[in-house]
Design a protein around this ligand. Structure first.
Ligand code: AMO
Length: 593
């Protein structure tokens, strides 16, 4: 637990004495033998030792220390106590290797009970098998577990490193409102009814996007914030309704300036947590990421790149491969997969939208390579040889092939299979940061035929593509970029539109009428008419960053009070019905659906 004591600041002393204690449990060692200490904490375990003595493990945020008590003292699991005693070396043969303080114990103890406790609903240990719902209902107990303590402190270390980097780079921390107005950033928003102006609603911000752009118009020049954001979207391992962004914006900058600000911040964080600054980040274009990894958030900790097979099957007689895009991945050693597993992969590819998935086991036959698959005999000898040459597959490997006229679809299906077959937990192994640049402005069209912005609609189009906005919106490039870490999208940003006329053109490409734009974002458009500097920025999800650094797979584990999958909080019972009087005051009548 000693790592949990670090806050990243050199002069910090988390064990500074208070009126009630002069030391913390986890910091004691052989060098303290002979010291009299006063500790406070929770009773983690109690074991009787003979008739007259009891061993009590005392726990605080810093760790656990064993204390030897008079057996008549009535302290039980999770009682809060203050204890004075003398640090002494444990008798030979009783050292506990698993405890940081395992070489010492506290003897001659006097105990004061500060608070009694009911027996906890689950044991306060890292390897608890308690149901997640029970843990969340009693989060205040769950948080006592060393792992949760370490995660919260790691999060504080990250925030503090981010602030350090920002201050060094001349950024000014500004808090922006939570009671805000709608912004079209893609997610459904949470609404808050106004009591004073009945029938009107505030909206909780999906991000400080518009506020930070207004700060740029306001001459703030370099802004940052550790900002609460709210989005009413489906919850997943990397998504909560309420999450925290590290958000920045700067004026008179290019894309590379923004990337440099962020790189410094990430390096500061990585160093504070892992002890060394990361090497230069990789950069990949959005198209290459899709083409080579089948995703715009490539996990570069492992290979299994998509292989281009389109030329191999250019004149094929095999109907399944007669498409404008044929791609493959190779699973090393995958030829062992049972038929049922292969059938499941075919089904999975179908669920991901593929028309089919062909598989080939690679075998060695009389010194040459051969393909084993129901499809193999339909391929010409040249196609078989070219497939083997292009993929570089070896005996024992499995080649999976998807063909489709829809290039992004073929890539995405194989990209998903690549991660499912070859990927590993997000926090495992090295940190692999990669910038994904050169996104298109729009990533497709919705059911109504309107383009869907790849980022948000405040992203500056590439200056050479402005003329295509109305005629060929999908060909318009944007000035936006993402930061990806170990296959998770960590953050995104862009150079913004700072001219009202261009913003208006993007809104109209999105099918947002002039009246809608004026009523919803008129404040932004009019701000742009009063001298807006060119500006750009970025935001990363702190919850995601901390989860990866803490080697957790769900951001819930690094959030003090998260919501469940269904969006409720078992601790407080939120969301709850409001009393009739409160509803009346807000002018709200509930309509049963
Ligand atoms: P974006 O929508 O990409 O960009 O969000 C930035 C980052 O915020 C995190 N994030 C989330 N984390 C947890 N739960 C969620 N529901 C959730 N939604 C987003 C992700 C994501 O990469 N205003 C722009 C940024 C900018 O252009 O400056 C924005 O919000 O890590």
């Amino acid at each position: 637990m000693s790592g949990a004591l670090s806050t990243g600041a050199a002069e910090a002393d988390p064990a500074r004495p208070t009126a009630m204690r002069d030391e913390v449990c986890g910091r004691l060692s052989l060098s303290d033998v002979g010291r009299t200490v006063r500790l406070c904490g929770w009773v983690a375990h109690r074991r009787e030792h003979g008739e007259y003595l009891a061993f009590v493990d005392l726990r605080d945020f810093s760790g656990i220390v064993q204390c030897v008590l008079d057996g008549s003292v009535d302290v039980r699991s999770e009682y809060v106590i203050a204890l004075s005693g003398t640090v002494r070396r444990r008798p030979e043969g009783t050292v506990n290797e698993r405890l940081d303080t395992g070489e010492i114990e506290i003897g001659d103890c006097t105990v004061e009970i500060l608070a009694e406790a009911q027996p906890p609903p689950f044991s306060v240990e890292d390897d608890t098998d308690a149901d997640e719902l029970i843990r969340m209902r009693h989060r205040y107990i769950d948080l006592r577990r060393p792992r949760m303590q370490a995660n919260l402190r790691l999060r504080a270390t990250v925030n503090s490193a981010l602030r350090r980097s920002m201050e060094r780079q001349g950024f000014c921390e500004v808090e922006t409102p939570l009671l805000w107005s709608p912004t079209p950033e893609g997610a459904r928003e949470f609404a808050v009814p106004s009591r004073i102006q009945r029938g009107s609603f505030y909206v909780l911000p999906q991000s400080p996007q518009l506020a930070k752009q207004l700060l740029m118009v306001g001459g703030v020049d370099r802004y940052y914030q550790i900002a609460h954001c709210m989005r009413d979207e489906d919850l997943r391992a990397d998504r909560q309704f309420e999450f925290t962004q590290f958000d920045l914006e700067a004026s008179f900058v290019s894309r590379d300036d923004v990337l440099a600000f962020m790189t410094d911040a990430m390096a500061e964080v990585t160093e504070a947590v892992r002890g060394e600054r990361p090497g230069p980040f990789d950069t990949i274009s959005w198209f290459d990421a899709l083409d080579r990894y089948g995703t715009d958030k490539p996990d570069l900790r492992f290979g299994m790149e998509l292989v281009e097979l389109t030329p191999v099957f250019a004149g094929t007689g095999v109907r399944a491969f007669a498409a404008s895009c044929v791609k493959a991945i190779v699973l090393a050693g995958g030829a062992d997969l049972a038929r049922s597993r292969l059938d499941a992969l075919v089904e999975r590819a179908g669920a991901l939208g593929a028309k089919g998935l062909a598989w080939f086991k690679v075998a060695a036959e009389g010194g040459a390579l051969a393909l084993e698959s129901p499809l193999a005999r339909h391929l010409s000898a040249a196609e078989q040889a070219d497939l083997l040459a292009a993929t570089g597959a070896a005996p024992g490997d499995l080649v999976l092939v998807v063909a489709d006229d829809d290039h992004p679809l073929a890539c995405r299906v194989l990209g998903a299979l690549r991660v499912e077959l070859g990927g590993r937990p997000v926090g495992e192994g090295p940190l692999h940061y990669v910038w994904v640049i050169d996104f298109p402005l729009f990533e497709g069209v919705d059911e109504a035929g309107a383009p869907i912005p790849a980022h948000h609609p405040f992203t500056m189009p590439h200056p050479d593509d402005l003329d295509k906005m109305a005629s060929d919106p999908l060909a318009v490039r944007s000035q936006s970029y993402d930061l990806v870490l170990n296959g998770w999208e960590l953050g995104s940003g862009s150079i913004r539109i700072h001219r009202a006329d261009i913003q208006q053109r993007v809104f109209s490409a999105l099918g947002i009428t002039e009246e809608t734009a004026a009523s919803r974002f008129g404040f932004l458009l009019s701000a742009f008419r009063y001298g807006a500097p060119p500006h750009g920025g970025f935001a990363i999800g702190i919850d995601r960053l901390v989860a990866i650094l803490a080697r957790e797979e769900n951001i819930r584990e690094v959030i003090a009070f998260p919501k469940t999958q269904s969006g409720s909080d078992p601790l407080t019972g939120a969301p709850k019905a409001l009393a009739a009087g409160s509803l009346a005051e807000l002018g709200i009548r509930i309509v049963e659906s």
